[in-house]
Design a protein. Structure first.
Length: 377
């Protein structure tokens, strides 16, 4: 087997040769599905690839059943339970050395599971019909987004044209520049920071404080670099790929941070966890405790976000720390609006010293929450 990045480069090259020239919708879908499966074949054995295809085919059948009135709820429950079971199998640290975990890691099942949830909701709510096999493969297993996201919503996937407009010379240059920019961030800048400043948090005192800052910057460069590469590849191949970062180090509070950091994940959390939980709580309380309903929704959503990253106490604590930052921001914003009014809040937000102080506090909160995540409990 070869490395994921080598496989990405090889399949991207095949995509340039075989996908870009094709202007027939069905042919493009089949070629793209073949490219996505080729990427997996380069990472796992042929026998395991057959199991992956069989799993996707089973998901297709269950989605077809979800779209039928008679089997809607049982099929949805089976698919949801199966996805949760595979996710726990993939994430639980007690299960080690099992070949199935290797396959799930290769396909990036943490991201695939979220795509399954989004696709299930879209079909269950009858917003879209159940997709066919090629569409399911292309949505769940996009080769350029498997390494580190982004998590494309099914709404965005379904709305994109089956045959995109030909890439212009300017568009190709922008996409190539995006790939080069991402590669430079990941393989040059992030590597320099890793070699010079990171010790897996074996440092103490002021060195620990320095490493906390460096780790946040390194994580951003490494993670956003892969996302830039994915966006660039998508731009060249005519595959719409969502943006995942927007200068999160400039965020002035934790709500603003999650609007800028891992944007596709925060949008998934908002659409599939936060808003449904908040709306249900508001209806139960008849709208009398909207602020507390939002706070509870933050805690539940980001506790689950932490456990999605890893099923362990440290990830749960990291998720709850983020929830704490979010609900403090939300409560502060609520009372600021109450006492200053709309015009006063506008002046407050425009105040440059306040903006600088808020940005520094947010940066440090994020940096030390990430540093605590690396520390043994």
């Amino acid at each position: 087997m070869i490395s994921q990045l080598t496989a990405l480069c090889l399949v991207f090259g095949c995509g340039v040769l075989f996908l870009i020239p094709v202007r027939h919708a069905a042919a493009r879908a089949w070629i793209l599905a073949a490219l996505n499966l080729l990427f997996l074949k380069l990472l796992i054995s042929g026998q395991n690839l057959i199991w992956v295809i069989a799993l996707v085919a089973l998901i297709c059948l269950l989605l077809k059943a979800v779209s039928a009135a008679a089997w809607r709820i049982p099929a949805a429950c089976i698919l949801a339970a199966g996805t949760l079971g595979l996710f726990l199998f993939h994430k639980l640290p007690a299960i080690q050395g099992v070949s199935g975990k290797t396959v799930l890691a290769a396909v990036g099942f943490s991201y695939v599971a979220l795509r399954i949830v989004d696709l299930l909701r879209a079909v269950f709510e009858k917003r879209y019909p159940a997709p066919g096999l090629t569409a399911t493969i292309n949505y769940l297993l996009p080769f350029h987004m498997l390494l580190a996201g982004p998590i494309q919503s099914y709404d965005d996937y379904a709305r994109q044209p089956a045959v995109p407009s030909p890439v212009t010379r300017a568009g190709a240059l922008r996409a190539a520049e995006r790939i080069a920019h991402g590669a430079f961030k990941k393989f040059v800048l992030a590597l320099i920071i890793q070699k010079l400043f990171l010790t897996d948090f074996q440092s103490h005192g002021w060195r620990f404080l320095l490493e906390a800052q460096a780790f946040y910057i390194w994580l951003y460069l490494d993670f956003s670099g892969l996302s830039d590469i994915a966006v660039g590849i998508g731009g060249l191949l005519g595959l719409q790929t969502p943006e995942n970062f927007n200068r999160p180090y400039l965020a002035r509070n934790m709500i603003n941070f999650w609007e800028r950091w891992h944007i596709s994940l925060s949008q998934f959390i908002r659409a599939n966890l936060y808003i449904p939980i908040q709306l249900r709580l508001v209806r139960w309380t008849l709208g009398r405790y909207a602020l507390w309903c939002a706070s509870i929704a933050f805690v539940i959503s980001f506790a689950l976000c932490g456990l999605w990253h890893g099923i362990s106490p440290r990830y749960l604590i990291w998720g709850l720390l983020n929830a704490l930052g979010l609900l403090i921001t939300n409560i502060y914003r609520h009372y600021l609006t109450r006492y200053l009014g709309a015009k006063g809040v506008k002046r407050y937000l425009a105040n440059q010293p306040i903006r600088v102080c808020a940005t520094i506090v947010t940066f440090e909160f994020v940096a030390f929450s990430l540093a605590l995540l690396q520390e043994p409990l």
